[in-house]
Write a protein that binds this ligand. Structure first.
Ligand code: PBG
Length: 327
């Protein structure tokens, strides 16, 4: 079947034909929008390195969450910036913590929105690490107990799903047990299963005010050269009861997404992280790329690699583009 009998260009002639044979399609319900909540009232502060993304107080968060829902985006991922940080990240699991307050308001005022909470200590600890420090290191097993406590307190405040992002060993199993014991056996866990120690998180750490005050996260997040290790991490999380597995970041790790898709049958999420977003925004601002088209191409590539859902700061823009004809 060689040229001239087979001409692949025949099916590329116009948009309708291209859409007819498209192997991947991005839909608005694939998208999850990350949001940052901060104490106060009337606060809406743009993150410098992430144009269009804000640290905002609960009132403004609720307003934007309604707008997100109207655009057809069904879920958000919530991060909290606490009033004060301490060694044990106590505000992370306090009944009147920032996330807990935001959850109660969101659940009261926004209908049909899935609210997923990020479960991690780094936004709440004074040292900025994702766990409890002992002898200068993050203590795995003690941290896991705190994470479980945080997950339960999110569920109590109304979280629809919890997403542990700390990369401690064994945390999914313990969180599952403690949620079940507390009567939350219906709350799913979206686990950041293969989360790499990536420099692409830089802008997020401005947004969440969570850079580590000493050292780095390489002792718990994964080393970028490894793919087989990612498969072991994911297998462990599935054994421990993860409902959704995640690969993070997305664009520099498309091969990991593909490998995970081929090896596992679980729903697979990919996190299109802050640095990936900021690069597109910066180049768009400079007029060096067509920001909308590049955004859609990136999101499509993440789906093509095998992700079922994408956590992305582009969610609102992408929802608008999907409604228009510019895709
Ligand atoms: C918390 C957490 C991080 C991100 C999500 N949850 C930062 C980190 O691990 O340093 C990164 C998200 C992004 O860059 O968009 N542990």
């Amino acid at each position: 079947m060689y040229f001239p009998a087979y001409r692949p260009r025949r099916l590329r002639k116009n948009r309708q034909l291209r859409e007819m044979i498209a192997e991947t399609s991005l839909a608005v319900d694939d998208l999850i929008y990350p949001m940052f909540v901060t104490p106060g009232k009337g606060v809406k502060k743009e993150v410098k390195s992430m144009p269009g993304i804000y640290q905002q107080s609960v009132d403004n968060l609720v307003r934007e969450a309604k707008e997100v829902g109207k655009l057809g985006v069904n879920s958000i991922l919530l991060f909290g910036i606490p009033e004060h940080k301490d060694e044990l990240g106590t505000e992370g699991y306090a009944e009147d913590g920032i996330i807990q307050k935001a959850l109660r308001e969101l659940k009261k005022k926004v209908k049909d929105l899935i609210v997923i909470t990020d479960v991690c200590m780094c936004e709440y600890t004074s040292h900025g690490h994702c766990g409890i420090i002992k002898d200068g290191e993050v203590d795995n097993d003690e941290t896991v107990e705190y994470l479980a406590r945080m997950a339960v307190s999110h569920a109590e405040a109304g979280a629809d799903m919890v997403a542990p992002s700390d990369m401690m060993d064994g945390r999914v199993g313990v969180i599952r047990d403690v949620l079940d014991e507390s009567g939350f056996e219906g709350i799913p866990i979206m686990s950041y299963s293969a989360k790499y120690a990536s420099s692409f998180y830089g802008p997020f750490r401005d947004a969440a005010e969570s850079p580590p005050q000493f050292g780095d996260r390489r002792g718990y997040q994964m080393d970028p050269p490894n793919v087989r290790e990612a498969m072991r991490e994911i297998a462990l999380d599935i054994d421990e009861g993860a409902d959704i597995i995640m690969v993070k970041p997305a664009l520099p790790y498309l091969d990991i997404i593909r490998a995970a898709r081929e090896e596992f049958n679980h729903p697979l999420a990919a996190y299109n992280v802050s640095g990936e977003y900021s690069m597109v925004k910066a180049a768009g601002k400079l007029g060096w790329i067509d920001e909308e088209l590049v955004t859609m191409e990136i999101l499509t590539s993440i789906k093509r690699a095998g992700a079922d859902m994408i956590l992305t700061y582009h969610a609102k823009e992408a929802a608008k583009i999907l409604k228009s004809s510019r895709k």
